[in-house]
Ligand binder design. Structure first.
Ligand SMILES: *Cc1c(COP(=O)(O)O)cnc(C)c1O
Length: 374
């Protein structure tokens, strides 16, 4: 049996090697390393895939969040609502821009912002909401968009973990993650569901004016070379990465299906287990299982993690500390007890290996090993 990894990028590459090698070779032959034709072609193909009107590639998913907030003209001192239990990127960019994060506790089953807490967080200085589609399924966008509309707030969807997930509105309308808010942001970090071979990111919008601003800000604030209309940043998707992503985008549906197959087997194995709480599927979103994250209840999570590690099975804790309690963000003055659900999740969550190349024998070994611990 091959050794077990959280993500097996090497085996994934083996399956598409001829096409990837050809794509990389093509870029080198062409030598248009920055803003080559593949970047535009990829943006167009990703727009077709997601249904977004505009896709603006950039350097990574964190830049995408920064550029989105700059394009929406958020001003220092204003507040942006974010979940307390999440990856740090959105909060980091909020702080860097002189904005203030307003944290909201999450739900204990789908890990999204708790709706009533979200409403309570609205205040005169709040200008935006950043829902994070954690682990691969959409937050309750219908509710979030409604709250945003009623309060004249902008919504930036952090879709780094959920590209390809489909949300269903109550009127039957469907939309992909990242295409429902004012701006959606995503990451092509290698281990993401649509990953390149280095750093990469993109922004989605349906608004032509915003698309122009996002493009301009990502490119030094210039529309015309050496004419800088606004302060910008330098954030580009390499041509090489775009060429790789064009190949991998064609595989994305297969990747999502493979991840769901792994998730279904874990669900079957653990659904009646007294100490393992399997992830709840949201009723209004498909799941692309960037992570398969359970909660360990009434047992020692960290001991289980070490036990599995000794058997050669990696697991991860996404995330061990709520963002408001990270040292860098203590300055905002939140206290222990402010986010009870987030705090408890940090003690309970454990993510099992899930990726596109998991072979059933590997997964049997993982499942048997987990069950043997209890
Ligand atoms: C990975 C990730 C990011 C950041 O993406 P980078 O490309 O690494 O900058 C942002 N938000 C979430 C939720 C992520 O998982």
């Amino acid at each position: 049996m091959k050794s077990i990894q959280m993500v097996d990028l090497r085996s994934q590459y083996e399956r598409i090697k001829p096409e990837i090698d050809l794509a990389i070779q093509g870029v080198i032959e062409n030598s248009a390393f920055i803003n080559g034709p593949e970047v535009k072609a990829f943006a167009k193909e990703l727009a077709e895939y997601t249904g977004a009107e505009f896709v603006i590639p950039c350097g990574n998913g964190t830049d995408a969040l920064q550029i989105a907030m700059m394009a929406l003209d958020f001003k220092p001192g204003q507040e942006v609502i974010v979940p307390a239990f999440t990856y740090v990127a959105a909060v980091e960019m909020i702080s860097l821009l002189g904005l203030k994060p307003k944290f909201v506790d999450v739900t204990p089953d789908t890990f999204e912002m708790n709706p009533s807490e979200l409403e309570k967080a609205i205040g005169p200085n709040v200008v935006g909401i950043i829902p994070v589609h954690l682990y691969g399924q959409c937050s309750n966008m219908e509710f979030i968009l409604d709250v945003a509309n009623r309060n004249n707030l902008k919504v930036i969807e952090d879709t780094a973990q959920a590209i390809g997930a489909v949300y269903s509105f109550s009127n039957g309308k469907k939309a992909q993650a990242g295409t429902m808010g004012h701006v959606g942001t995503t990451s092509f970090f290698p281990s993401k569901n649509l990953g390149c071979y280095g750093d990469g990111g993109a922004m989605f919008t349906n608004d032509p004016d915003l698309a122009e601003r996002l493009n301009r800000i990502a490119n030094h604030g210039q529309k015309k070379k050496y004419h800088h209309e606004s302060i910008g940043v330098n954030s580009r998707l390499d041509t090489l990465q775009a060429a790789i992503l064009r190949v991998k985008l064609k595989e994305l549906d297969r990747y999502c299906a493979a991840r769901n197959q792994v998730a279904d087997r874990y669900d079957q194995a653990f659904k009646n287990h007294t100490s393992i709480k399997i992830p709840k599927r949201a009723s209004n979103s498909t799941h692309v299982f960037h992570q398969y994250t359970v909660q360990i209840e009434g047992a020692d999570r960290d001991a289980l993690k070490s036990y599995l590690q000794e058997k050669g099975i990696p697991t991860m804790i996404y995330y061990p500390i709520p963002v408001p309690k990270q040292q860098a963000y203590l300055r905002y003055g939140y206290q222990t007890g402010d986010f009870p659900v987030s705090e408890s999740l940090c003690e309970k969550v454990l993510s099992f290996p899930i990726h596109t190349e998991m072979d059933p024998a590997q997964q049997d070994f993982i499942i048997d090993s987990i069950l043997s611990y209890f």
